[in-house]
Write a protein that binds this ligand. Structure first.
Ligand SMILES: NC(=O)c1ccc[n+]([C@@H]2O[C@H](COP(=O)([O-])OP(=O)(O)OC[C@H]3O[C@@H](n4cnc5c(N)ncnc54)[C@H](O)[C@@H]3O)[C@@H](O)[C@H]2O)c1
Length: 252
């Protein structure tokens, strides 16, 4: 039997990269996927991939930084499938590795609104439904920037550090009410976010990426498999963990 048969997962950022990989893998494990993204064409492609594979999925337009859009997406998902058992907060953007003096207020707000406030909006929209059923799993996608500097710029690193704290606080507040919240802290992974950086990367960038113990960057499927584990009962005793999946980037 599939690992998560008949569970329902809402995955943000499902139009690309790690979100798409999770959507496809979760569907293969019996999950009905609510695939949400700001890029409707891409998320529709994700749903086509799932359906071609015999899975069930719904494509939803979502801007995680807009509360109304978040509430609409969650309502549509619940109307369609009746439940949301799993929330994967994956949508995110990079800040161009800008140091604070190069970070405009606009860039700061944009990063915070998508990478941090978006996670808060999504969680607050889904959590009451999960609490009603005393069952829910939340997987947040942090970053090596949740632990160390250099995985992004000032705004990105601040937001991703906050994701670690937010995930722990979620566990603290709701763990005994049937909710398991954990985060993944990916290292350099080849996705829509990084493809160009890796393709055109300077020697210094590629040296940083390739000098990790794994000796390479990762693939989104290598993040999705850990998200699946965290979403499943295999991780039943895991609460508030921030799991590095980074090829060893943060060992030193
Ligand atoms: N790629 C990496 O090396 C890396 C490393 C560490 C952490 N991350 C994190 O992984 C997560 C997934 O990123 P990815 O690498 O798969 O990138 P990606 O660009 O391939 O995918 C991100 C998706 O998020 C969507 N998105 C952006 N803004 C949105 C919004 N306002 N509302 C809804 N959807 C929105 C995009 O359309 C895109 O489909 C992000 O949170 C990112 O910060 C990535």
């Amino acid at each position: 039997m599939a690992k998560l048969q008949d569970k329902v997962a809402l995955i943000t950022g499902a139009g690309s990269g790690m979100g798409r990989s999770q959507a496809v893998l979760f569907a293969q494990e019996g999950v009905k996927v609510i695939a949400a993204d700001i890029n409707m064409d891409n998320v529709e492609d994700t749903v086509k991939m799932i359906k071609a594979d015999g899975g069930e999925a719904l494509a939803i337009h979502l801007d995680v930084s807009q509360q109304r859009s978040v509430n609409d997406a969650v309502k549509k998902g619940i109307d369609m499938f009746g439940r949301i058992h799993i929330l994967s907060n994956t949508a995110g953007i990079l800040d161009g590795y800008s140091a604070t003096l190069d970070t405009s207020e606009e860039l700061w707000d944009r990063i915070m609104n998508i990478n941090l406030k978006g996670v808060y909006y999504m969680t607050n929209a889904v959590l009451p439904h999960m609490l009603k059923h005393e069952e829910g799993v939340i997987v947040n996608i942090g970053s090596i920037a949740s632990f160390v500097a250099g995985g992004g710029g000032a705004a990105y690193t601040s937001a991703k550090h906050a994701i670690a704290g937010y995930t722990k606080q979620l566990s603290f507040d709701y763990g005994q009410k049937g909710i398991r919240a954990n985060a993944i802290a990916p290292g350099a992974v080849e996705t829509g976010m990084t493809k160009q950086i890796f393709a055109e990367g300077s020697a210094a960038v590629m040296e940083a990426v390739n000098s990790v113990p794994a000796g390479r960057y990762g693939q989104p499927e290598e993040i999705a498999s850990v998200a699946l584990f965290l979403a499943s009962d295999d991780a039943s005793f895991m609460h508030g963990a921030i799991v590095p999946v980074d090829g060893g980037w943060t060992v030193k």
